[in-house]
Design a protein around this ligand. Structure first.
Ligand SMILES: Nc1ncnc2c1ncn2[C@@H]1O[C@H](COP(=O)(O)OP(=O)(O)O)[C@@H](O)[C@H]1O
Ligand SMILES: [Mg+2]
Length: 482
């Protein structure tokens, strides 16, 4: 963070500074919410957590060096200046906004969509960091707490902030863009993630489109000129329609698939897409400025759309197409458990895609499984509960089972009671001759697979975070060591 006196942080956040400490103490950052991450000069923000209240850890943070504490109540025992605010989360947003307004050289790139935000954020960061110091969150720090914490890492040297913006409801992204006003915004897709909270696809589209509504007006001219830019996925009609909701210049992306005409007039395209044995995409990246070959290290054809969004952003920030293609080709999966593929010594491939799941990302993962098994390998779809789907939960799980069966999975395992409809969907699929297994928990799933797996088999493990299915992938990989 840029160094600020505590009195100024109090003024920015509308907080009251504890009287027993001088207001001229300097906070140099980082801003942390875990006392164990506090270092000399840090600001410790006390937040109520699921298991613990941050206020109880303020003194520990100060012992670790924190120069000040941001809290919702006085903490005389903290041993450092305490800025007391009504709402610590809101205060973090206000502070991030104020810090960013002092960094006019930093361009904010916002990324949203139902699936692929983290992957695209990681790709975009790995491309644009070649043209300037870039701040991007680790993993998925994409909400009203994670986003300001990420922004607060910026300083005078920062050229780009690549931020993931998530929404579980209307107004969430508008709030985030208020903290970090983006100049460039990319919307990946509108899908069924969090369908329970949103209620309808239209509501999801309304919420995601808040990103492009927040962009400044575009300026005419070639890629790389100043002004707002909305990067929209032309292959998703709900995203393409957002062109009407922005003053920014619109740049469209489209992937040419076999059997489907590409969106002819898209600005940034992938043509000639092929996938290798492990589902890694090669394609030609085409823009009006030129074209260049790309091969991704990420697994699954769905990452091509993500790569195009990253490419469009980078082109708008002034990068040449060959440099973008090089950076995309070199980029790796920075965040874990997204189509993370490992091969056991016995030749069994395990795909850990258990970071999260919704009906669309599950479809993408099953398509990747189908591709990986198209050369005769046997496919195992180990599917757990997809959370937050509301009314469409039962049908969505059944659909996942049907997709796995249609993809020719030899075995479909539903882990946990919530995933049970997966098996109904698979069993009801005409002509499917595979085996349907109900595993009450992760251990049972690993046990069921133990004697069934043979060299060359491919196992996809996919569920929402809360289902904890990463344990199944880890368990299967651990079997290797025995
Ligand atoms: N464009 C996409 N379409 C469908 N699924 C995707 C896409 N991009 C990524 N995924 C899958 O969605 C899951 C979550 O990916 P992630 O990049 O973490 O997205 P998010 O941050 O939006 O949750 C992973 O299983 C990933 O493979
Ligand atoms: Mg994410």
């Amino acid at each position: 963070m840029i160094p600020l006196p505590v009195a100024e942080i109090a003024a920015i956040t509308g907080g009251a500074l504890s009287a027993d400490h001088p207001g001229d103490a300097i906070v140099a950052g980082p801003v942390v919410i875990d006392s164990r991450q506090a270092v000399p000069g840090a600001l410790f923000a006390a937040l109520p957590g699921e298991h613990a209240d941050g206020h109880d850890y303020a003194a520990a943070a100060v012992r670790n060096g924190a120069a000040a504490v941001l809290a919702a109540r006085p903490l005389p025992e903290a041993g450092a200046p305490v800025i007391v605010v009504a709402d610590v989360t809101v205060a973090l947003g206000l502070l991030a906004r104020a810090v960013l307004s002092r960094l006019p050289g930093a361009t904010v790139v916002g990324i949203t969509g139902s699936s692929g935000k983290t992957s695209t954020k990681d790709l975009t960061a790995q491309v644009v960091e070649r043209i300037g110091p870039t701040i991007a969150p680790e993993g998925s720090l994409n909400n009203e707490i994670g986003l300001p914490l990420t922004v607060l890492r910026a300083d005078e040297t920062t050229k780009y902030l690549v931020l993931e913006m998530s929404a579980r409801g209307i107004g969430h992204i508008a709030y985030l863009t208020g903290i970090a006003p983006p100049r460039v915004g990319a919307v990946l897709n509108v899908g069924r993630a969090h369908a329970g909270e949103f209620g309808s696809i239209d509501a999801v589209a309304k919420a995601k489109g808040e990103l492009v509504e927040a962009l400044p007006p575009g300026t005419p001219g070639p890629a790389g000129s100043a002004g707002g830019v909305a990067v929209l996925n032309a292959d998703d009609p709900n995203v393409a329609a957002m062109a009407a909701r922005t003053r920014a210049r619109v740049v469209t992306t489209s992937v040419e698939h076999a059997g489907r005409e590409p969106h002819g007039n898209a600005d940034v395209m992938a043509t000639g897409l092929t996938l290798d044995d492990l589902g890694r995409a090669s394609f030609t990246l085409r823009t009006q400025a030129g074209s260049a070959p790309v091969t991704l290290t990420l697994h699954g054809g769905h990452h091509v759309a993500n790569a195009l969004a990253a490419a469009a952003v980078a082109a708008e920030l002034g990068m040449e197409v060959p440099a973008i293609a090089d950076a995309l080709t070199a980029a790796t999966a920075r965040s874990k458990k997204r189509m993370e593929l490992r091969e056991r010594r016995d030749g069994v491939l395990v795909i850990n895609d258990a970071y999260n799941a919704n009906p669309d990302s599950t479809r993408a993962a099953i398509e990747a499984l189908a591709h990986l098994t198209s050369n005769g390998r046997r496919g195992f779809a180990v599917l757990g509960y997809m959370a937050e789907l509301g009314d469409i939960a039962t049908e969505s799980h059944a659909e996942a089972g049907r997709l796995a069966a249609r993809a020719g999975a030899a075995v479909v395992v539903a882990v946990g009671a919530g995933a049970a409809p997966v098996l109904d969907g698979a069993r009801a699929t005409e002509g499917w001759q595979g085996e349907a297994i109900a595993a009450p928990d992760q251990k049972a799933a690993v046990a069921a697979l133990r004697n069934r797996l043979r060299p060359g088999d491919v196992v996809l493990v996919k569920a929402s975070k809360a289902a904890g299915l990463s344990e199944v992938a880890d368990g299967l990989l651990a079997e290797d060591d025995q």
